[in-house]
Design a protein around this ligand. Structure first.
Ligand SMILES: Nc1ncnc2c1ncn2[C@@H]1O[C@H](COP(=O)(O)OP(=O)(O)OP(=O)(O)O)[C@@H](O)[C@H]1O
Ligand SMILES: [Mg+2]
Length: 376
């Protein structure tokens, strides 16, 4: 799979720009504040139908404009897909070959992984970030996962709204019956959500490259809150149903639901110690890269090809040896787009590299097949 062309209209600091993209490794170089991250964000939006930088899609619209568009042509297996995302102040339209589609259909069209400062929070941040890491991977490969998330979130919101507030005895009986109904929906959807994650973590464990960076060993463990038996979807469903019933009284006092996959965590260890607390910045980044490599391999096994890979500020926190391992691995496997404001510190690469200069919301291609400057 490869993105061959990208067009931006009124997107962040880009007025109108078309970029023809190359296979292999592309460096997007430029000084701070020129639009490198914006460009990667636009590509990411073509993959997921939404940005990773903000929950307010309209922030992507160039200041003073009514709407923005990101369009791209993706080639895969001899075929071509034309994707477009149009964002206005009030809504968003996703389309494939000019036909509007829902998020679940759109998200499966262009497979792309992104490694940015924000995505490193899967290691450093709260459990929600790690759940999002797993769900992003699952949504891309199995569009049905979106429906389980949506069904689960809906049921959870309803249950939480019934838990809060003072009610009289008669209302409490009515609420109790409704809570039972929502418990059923939470157990059903939550079991499918958690089961997908459990299976995915099992695959990640199998594919984790060991001792890739300096001999560090990365280990994973999916921690399911309120679920003892994770051996099958039925077992999780039963366990969740039981857990929800048992916690109902306590949940009423707290006003929210304490059991279910919205509380789960993916525990990540480096050499036996929790990565978030004991890993150095570079070790955490390297562990994250190992996770991404595992994700790439699962994707290839499952779909038959590697997803496109985006890396923002590639040089941050990695020494030259780790950078070289990282970029060589990616560029040998898939189309990789990498931003940097410090091209001179990148290690020499064996494969050919395409260069694009990003300057004040414009992109210009430099001569093809060049080594990054800094190469001997
Ligand atoms: N909605 C918007 N409209 C206009 N300009 C915007 C909008 N959102 C962001 N920008 C501007 O886009 C510019 C480029 O931002 P971007 O994050 O892409 O820079 P960058 O090249 O990645 O820089 P760095 O090397 O510092 O990471 C910034 O000056 C920012 O203020
Ligand atoms: Mg940037």
């Amino acid at each position: 799979m490869r993105l061959t062309s990208l067009q931006l209209e009124q997107f962040r600091n880009f007025e109108k720009e078309t970029v023809a993209l190359c296979d292999g490794l592309s460096l997007l170089v430029g000084r701070n504040g020129q639009g490198k991250t914006n460009l990667l964000e636009a590509i990411y939006i073509l993959g997921y139908g939404k940005t990773y930088r903000t929950s307010l899609a309209r922030e992507c619209i160039r200041h003073g404009q009514p709407e923005c568009r990101v369009s791209g042509v993706v080639t895969h297996g001899g075929g071509e897909k034309r994707l477009q995302v149009r964002i206005s102040r009030s809504d968003k339209d996703l389309s494939v070959h000019g036909k509007s589609v829902g998020l679940d259909e759109f998200a499966g069209q262009f497979h792309v992984l992104a490694f940015t400062q924000g995505h490193i929070s899967a290691i450093r941040g709260a459990p929600a970030e790690r759940r999002a890491f797993l769900d992003r991977a699952l949504v891309m490969m199995y569009p049905g996962h979106v429906r389980h998330i949506a069904g689960y979130v809906r049921a959870l919101k309803q249950r939480n709204s019934l838990l809060g507030g003072e009610v009289d005895a008669r209302q409490a009986v009515v609420d109790e019956r409704q809570i039972e109904c929502w418990d059923e929906a939470i157990a059903r959807e939550g079991a499918r959500l958690a089961w997908n994650r459990v299976r995915y973590v099992k695959e990640l464990k199998q594919e984790l490259p060991q001792a890739l960076f300096g001999g560090e060993e990365v280990k994973l463990h999916y921690l399911a809150v309120g679920c003892g038996d994770l051996s099958s979807v039925e077992a999780i469903e039963g366990s969740l149903r039981e857990g929800l019933r048992a916690s109902r009284c306590a949940d009423r006092k707290l006003g929210f639901t304490t059991v279910g996959p919205h509380r789960d965590d993916l525990k990540i260890y480096i050499d036996g110690k929790p990565a978030a607390h004991f890993g150095s910045a570079g070790q955490q980044r390297s562990a994250m890269i190992s996770l991404y490599f595992a994700q790439m391999e699962i994707h290839r096994r499952d779909q038959g090809y590697y997803p496109v890979f985006l890396v923002d500020d590639v040089e941050a926190e990695l020494d030259t040896g780790r950078l070289r391992t990282f970029l060589s691995y990616l560029s040998e496997r898939t189309q990789t787009l990498v931003t940097t404001a410090k091209e001179e510190i990148l290690p020499p690469m064996s494969s050919s590299v395409s260069r694009f200069l990003v300057e004040s919301g414009t992109v210009s291609a430099c001569a093809q097949g060049m080594e990054p400057s800094g190469a001997p």
